[in-house]
Ligand binder design. Sequence first.
Ligand SMILES: [Zn+2]
Length: 384
Amino acid sequence: MKIYNSRTRKKEEFKPLKKGEVTLYVCGITPYDTTHLGHAFTYISFDAVVKYLIYKGYKVNYTQNVTDIDDDILRKAKEEKEDWRKLGNFWTEKFLEDLKFLNILIPNHYVKATNSIDEIIEINKDLFKKGMAYENGGNLYYDVSKFKSYGKLSKYSKRQMLILLKERGGDPNDPLKKNKLDFILWQKSKKGEPFWESPWGNGRPGWHIECSAMVRRFLGEQIDIHGGGKDLIFPHHESEIAQSESYTEKEPFVGKWMHTAMVMCSGEKMSKSLGNLVMVSKLSKKYPSNVIRWMLLSNHYRMPWEYDDSLMTIAKKEYSMIEKILEKKGNYSVNPKAVKKFEEFMEDDFQVQKVLRFVLRLSGKEENKETIKMILEILGFKVI
Ligand SMILES: [Zn+2]
């Protein structure tokens, strides 16, 4: 099986560290708003990956975090005069409902950042002791000048990193930092904000460190696959590598980095700030789960694509052709040649979109009914 590794930018043979087992971590949501198609695309793409690995006989240990404490949540809670925990729980529930509707498997470990504070402090203490982190004004920072290969995942120049850091909510000009690219491991809580005790004073964890802590706690020091949206490559995943490899003194932290492409809408990346979000909850009122899955999986996970309503119309039409075949009464057996073809597509960096085209071609003949059923079930469709 070949998987494209974002770090080497090559398709590489996939060999898990432990025979027959796969450790997978995918960065989760910050629960302060509803699930949009960008999220759905990431999690449904990984759902197909997980289900295929299970079909191949692997035991998959899948972990995902919930960033239930951060600036956005606290800001929204303040705006809505709501308790930050209640707000986070509410949107986490909504997210899980959307996943359930889309028939996406809930990870084996689905964990809130606030439930990993001890592990976070433990790693931070170690980084501080090793001189990789420093304290200033109640904040603990990771010193990127101590990690020579900072940038090895994104391969961005320092200049590019500084531009992106600013764009993505970081503050290169924070006067408490030694280097502009240093990032927060522990943040002093402002008056009235929630806090946890730590050797650096009352505060809360930085964003990147929660993922390093959860990977280590639930999956181990080195893992097979780490995933997330492409916009997480820098600074989030770059910083995860620095923290984890400094802590464990083992590399690589991750065998294969898999990043899902951005979903566009009206010519721009789908994002809250641009106001062009398409919500899963809205589509789910109009279309069955299988049709939405068909539309999403018609795109390869690494290929950027643009959503417009006509894609749902096409998906509905195509999926109804499949359903017609599945409703046929005749008795047929699975075609091993077709299954082999399906496996070839999947083992070439999970070309699900090619599988769907293939299934559509198979749907021209009634005798392919059982083969289609089998393939779609593996890919997470609810087939009766
Ligand atoms: Zn993460």
